[in-house]
Design a protein around this ligand. Structure first.
Ligand code: NAD
Length: 446
């Protein structure tokens, strides 16, 4: 298969696609490597993960260049993401010997729990943050003593392949980390069906997540699902409107809107609506769209022509604002703001492109109702100078990750994941370890 640079439409690599046979061979290698890997001492396993983190740092610029050329993401974003990948492996190196069991008071003896690895885990990753999301799964999976088969998305396999090479170079034994490049409907599907795969860690669309969950039922596989989102950025009239407006474009146009955490519904209190809209349009005008390899670029192209067509279908009528984007080659789409009601398609479906719906609300009660009026529940932000209101609203919104007077969703140390149809299970932080281990209870009669 051909891998294309979405900013130039030029091919950058040709790869052979794996089929079922190659997938089975990778699972067999991972299975064979499991007993020795789970037996590696905690200190040594931590040392290997730490070495991988260091190699990611040492090869950071190369990894960032691969990611930018393959995904079209601005190079400054790619550098930031590679930095997070290194931090993720440092964190899980430190977590290896801090994820431990309990002793529980019972009658007649001593009771204790162990955290056992699952075995071979199948990791399925989307195209929007290929390296980052691979690391979020690899870090805790390896720290717990599992071996892995990882399937990057068809459009963006290159950085995961390089990461697997670095894992070998770090001294992680052959067979522990396997990358299988191929179609979701073949390789991914085979992971889901395979009797020797104990768990699927999936990030992708809600639609495919549903199929993964159905397929996993046959072998009672464990699954964690990190799925789509339609997050709200709630702006109250008592917020620092300048700060909220300056941040809002980056909360939805980052990664060209191809972000599960995109705050693609901007809910604005009616009494501040006109003022906020003026500020928002000004701030959106400032987003620098263009060559992803330029250090100052803030937004690159979409991933594919197909994605651009899908995004375009969400804009009908005159938008509130439409920015500039390069002409010619590349899958470009401008930053676009549209006025909407929460019932419009642009406010209900995940656009996965740089289109934000701006929606007015009357009061706090309506803001909460609108924020929750979606099948998704991944992320969101609340902007207000009233601390009690900020916490009241945060508790009332059904979503996995919220930020107050900020846009951030992911941090290495904190749990990340969805409510409702945004999925279940948590990545990052110590919480992710629960998804890659099984609790065993042992009783000793005394
Ligand atoms: P996708 O669901 O189309 O594909 C995700 C992965 O699943 C790819 O590797 C794909 O090859 C594989 N796949 C496809 N069909 C499969 C099947 N039948 N069985 C097993 N695997 C299969 O998603 P995408 O278009 O690559 O990514 C965009 C989506 O991912 C968006 O919905 C976005 O919100 C979501 N996402 C979620 C998070 C999160 O953490 N919640 C993060 C990033 C992206």
């Amino acid at each position: 298969m051909q891998v294309v640079n979405p900013a130039t439409e030029e091919p950058i690599a040709e790869l052979e696609q794996a089929g079922v046979e190659e997938t089975d061979a990778a699972v067999a290698r991972a299975k064979a490597a499991f007993p020795a890997w789970r037996a590696v001492t905690p200190s040594d396993r931590a040392r290997l993960l730490r070495r991988l983190a260091t190699l990611v740092e040492e090869n950071g610029e190369e990894l960032a260049q691969i990611e930018t050329r393959n995904v079209g993401k601005p190079i400054s974003d790619s550098r930031g993401e590679v930095g997070m990948v290194a931090d993720v492996f440092h964190f899980y190196a430190g977590a290896v010997d801090k994820h431990h069991g309990e002793t529980i008071p019972v009658a007649g003896g001593v009771d204790m729990t162990f955290r056992e690895p699952l075995g071979v885990v199948g990791l399925i990753v989307p195209w929007n943050f290929p390296l980052n999301i691979s690391s979020w799964k690899l870090g805790p999976a390896l720290a717990c003593g599992n071996t892995v088969v990882l399937k990057p998305a068809e459009l963006t396999p290159l950085s995961a392949m390089r990461l697997a090479e670095l894992a070998l170079e770090a001294g992680i034994p052959e067979g522990v980390v396997n990358v299988v490049v191929g179609k979701g409907s073949i390789v991914g599907q085979r992971f889901v069906e395979h009797p020797d795969v104990a768990k699927i860690g999936f990030t992708g669309s809600t639609e495919v997540g549903r199929m993964v969950m159905e397929g996993a039922a046959a072998t009672i596989k464990r699954v964690t699902l990190e799925l789509g989102g339609k997050s709200a950025n709630v702006i109250f009239a008592d917020a620092d409107l300048e700060a909220a407006a300056a941040a809002a474009p980056y909360a939805v146009f980052g990664n060209a809107g191809q972000d599960c955490c995109a705050r693609s519904r901007i809910l604005v209190e009616r009494s501040a609506y006109d003022r906020f809209l003026d500020l928002l349009v000004e701030a959106t005008r400032d987003v620098k769209v263009g060559d992803p390899e330029d250090d100052s670029t803030e937004m690159g192209p979409l991933i594919s022509a197909e994605q651009r067509e899908k995004v375009e279908s969400f804009v009908d009528g005159e938008p509130l604002f439409r920015g500039d984007a390069p002409d010619g080659k590349g899958f470009w789409f401008p930053c676009t703001l549209v006025e909407a009601s929460n019932d419009d398609r642009v406010a209900r479906d995940e656009v996965f492109g740089p289109v934000a719906a701006v929606i007015p609300f009357a009061d706090e009660g309506e803001a909460i109702r609108l924020a929750n009026d979606t099948p998704y529940g991944l992320s969101g932000s609340i902007w207000t100078e009233n601390g009690a209101r900020a916490l009241r609203v945060a508790r009332a919104i059904d979503t996995g990750v919220l930020s107050i007077n900020a846009n951030s969703s992911v941090r290495v140390q904190t749990p990340f994941g969805g409510f409702k149809q945004s999925g279940f299970g948590r990545e990052l932080g110590m919480h992710a370890l629960a998804g890659y281990s099984e609790i065993k209870n042992v009783f000793v009669a005394t």
